[in-house]
Design a protein around this ligand. Structure first.
Ligand code: C2O
Ligand code: CU
Length: 666
């Protein structure tokens, strides 16, 4: 088995350990036998080798069971690791045959059985950190910021116990990109799938990861993502399976934006009357690290300001994570964006990137100089380290689609054995201009599904057109979809719908379209209302969602990356202006990419098709966190009557709590 830690080091727990399957006998039902067996077969304690300082503990426990004849016939083994303070453990049982033959059997069993269940414990707490050299409270998990990387294999069942160690805040964690087939209650959306976890309490998320890919987990309550509650969730192919491409090593880049103002205050501002805008973020972070008011690139200046060089020793919380590579190898870089407001563009100077995965789906490989990543999207790109090995190269992240004036986030691609601090000889690369929409569109339109990806059904049963505008609703500044601004109810929808609690939310279905004569090029006009009705979709029907962008009240139309819970969709088209019936013929039904997040560009439309085959209640929303909280989202319910009894742990609030008490639910 190979386990990788956060930084991409390899921790080998090779199965050679079988040779000396060092039985670290802890809980022994018959100590005598265990000791003798261990001695007789020449086994020693489990030994391991790793570079990773983050590995704190490795333990290997075996429960022996003895049958007659003093023969050991069965044992339950438990392998546990603490990596970066997250613990993983696996349990499996071994059938044993007479002394010393066990090795071989173990080897096989371990391979299979180790992958079955992955247990994690995540504790969410506020800590003081200085991600961009300025200290403030951040949301950390198990004492780490960003939250530790979780790794699993396709087919694994994740058992993740999340404990809320915040003093006054509730919390919930969403597993972004995991479809939660059959486990909609584990989606982690507060107000939709579950009641948020109260301070001091825990909630166990159990779900299966059924697809390999690059995913994320993040807070899904209030603006928790903006406070830093995010980490990687990486699903590797199952044992024995192969990715459709080759690579020698891997890095993860988690892109985010960072404010010095805590999210709680931002939330109050966004909800105030009159509205107070939170402003643009101060810093772009790469793997939770960025530099405010100084630069890694001496002499670097924007037209607005110049920055003094950063003086790093390397262990500062805002020192960059250096990417160490060897020359002439291929690396897979997994990139995700969890930004609150911006979309980002990634460049690795002098290196092209071949895109091979998007949102946990393989794509037809294509090569780019720079990569657009909208919040909620994930990509894997391959690079080959074929440049002059005596130099290091810039890795740069800049903002697109918003007029930010903050400098790019930087780190270094370090060709070993050069020193990490040997600065690249040239200035950091330039990103496309923030308003170079053509560039963004070209990138998005170059993504096609890898051959062999399932194709969408030819026809949709239903089309829902969603117009995006902002309005003053009762004097509050809000976003709206078809003139309805989403206000999440206090009773989560899933329980409310399952148990028919009609007072929990608006029973009128929201509009399927907007007025025919609405002019998307005028500043947003007309009246909007607050609402929380649900689009009820018939199970197994094919649905088209058309996102229709328009001007906001300020006469500007920004890009919005929309994310869907519970399903992947096919991106069947993008277009300019208003979507119309004649665009239907032009949709790409041949090789559209499957994604879970897709952007709708300024004054244009995006067409998505999906099959509503996953019973549950699912949010579809703009992944700009500040937009979601201002109402930019809609809710779908699919075949909830087909679900079994819901686990009651997530229902202990609002009307479902009352309902459970009345029905003495167990
Ligand atoms: Cu990544 Cu509903 O979010
Ligand atoms: Cu938005």
């Amino acid at each position: 088995m190979v386990v990788r830690d956060d930084q991409g080091y390899l921790l080998y727990l090779t199965l050679n350990m079988i040779k000396y399957v060092s039985l670290f006998v802890a809980e022994v039902e018959s100590l005598r036998w265990a000791t003798e067996y261990t001695k007789q077969c020449g086994w020693r304690r489990l030994e391991w080798e790793t570079d990773a300082k983050e590995v704190e503990k490795v333990g290997w426990k075996v429960n022996w069971r003895i049958r007659n004849n003093n023969m050991v016939v069965n044992a339950v083994a438990k392998l546990s690791l603490s990596i970066n303070r997250a613990s993983v453990f696996d349990e499996f049982s071994l059938d044993l045959i007479p002394p010393c033959n066990m090795g071989k059997i173990l080897a096989e069993k371990v391979n299979v059985a180790l992958e079955m269940k992955k247990h994690y414990k995540l504790e969410v707490e506020y800590m003081f950190r200085a991600p961009d050299c300025i200290e403030r409270p951040v949301l950390a998990v198990n004492g780490q910021f960003p939250a530790p990387t979780i790794r699993a294999r396709r087919g694994d069942t994740m058992v993740i116990k999340v404990t809320n160690r915040l003093y006054t805040d509730e919390v919930s964690i969403h597993w972004h990109g995991i479809r939660q087939r059959g486990t909609p209650w584990a989606d982690g959306t507060s107000s939709i799938a579950q009641c948020p976890i109260r301070p001091g309490e825990s909630f166990v998320y159990r779900f299966k990861v059924d697809k390999p890919g690059t995913f994320i987990y993040h807070g899904h309550h209030g603006l928790h993502r903006t406070d830093g509650l995010y980490g990687f969730l990486i699903v590797e192919v199952a044992e024995g399976e192969k990715e459709p491409f080759h690579y020698d090593g891997e890095f993860n880049l988690l892109l985010s934006d960072w404010w010095h103002r805590p999210a709680h205050e931002q939330q109050i501002m966004l909800s105030a009357k009159p509205f107070r805008w939170v402003g643009e973020p101060q810093t772009l972070l790469i793997n939770g690290r960025g530099q405010y008011n100084c630069t890694l690139a001496p002499g670097y200046a924007t037209s607005n300001s110049s920055y003094p060089p950063c003086n790093f020793k390397g262990h500062e919380q805002c020192a960059p994570t250096i990417l160490n590579v060897l020359p002439n190898k291929t690396y897979r870089i997994r990139v995700v964006s969890v930004t609150g407001l911006g979309s980002e563009n990634l460049i690795i100077a002098n290196h092209t990137m071949t895109v091979v995965e998007a949102d946990g789906n393989y794509v037809e490989p294509f090569t780019v100089d720079n990569l657009d990543v909208h919040t909620g999207e994930s990509y894997s790109v391959l690079i080959s380290t074929n440049q002059n090995p005596n130099e290091n190269y810039w890795v740069s992240v800049g903002v697109i689609a918003r007029p930010f004036i903050i400098p790019p986030g930087l780190t270094i691609l370090n060709y070993l054995p050069n020193s990490a601090w040997k600065l690249p000889i040239s200035q950091p690369p330039l990103h496309p201009r923030w308003d170079d929409l053509e560039h963004n569109k070209n990138f998005t339109k170059s993504i096609f599904a890898l051959k062999g990806t399932p194709k969408p059904p030819r026809k949709a049963h239903r089309r829902i057109v969603l117009l995006i505008t902002d309005h003053l609703v009762d004097g509050y500044t809000k976003w709206a979809v078809n003139k309805v601004s989403l206000v999440l109810p206090s009773t989560p929808y899933l329980g409310a719908i399952k148990y028919g609690l009609k007072h929990a939310f608006d029973q009128r279905p929201p509009p399927e379209n907007f007025a025919n004569d609405y002019d998307i090029m005028r500043p947003a006009y007309g009246n909007a209302t607050f609402g929380n009705g649900v689009y009820v979709l018939d199970f197994n029907t094919t649905v088209d969602l058309i996102l229709q962008n328009a001007n906001a009240m300020d006469n500007f139309s920004g890009s919005h990356p929309w994310h869907f819970h519970g399903h992947d969709f096919w991106v069947v088209g993008h277009g300019e202006g208003k979507f119309s019936e004649k665009d239907v013929k032009k949709l790409n039904l041949k090789n559209p990419p499957l994604k879970n997040t897709e952007v709708v560009f300024s004054n244009g439309w995006t067409a998505l098709r999906f099959v509503a085959d996953n019973p549950g209640v699912w949010l579809f929303h703009c992944h700009l966190e500040h937009h979601l909280i201002m109402g930019m989202g809609v809710v779908f319910s699919v075949g909830v009557d087909r679900l079994p009894e819901l686990p009651p742990e997530g229902l202990a609030c609002g009307l479902t709590a009352e309902f459970l008490m009345r029905h003495k639910h167990t």
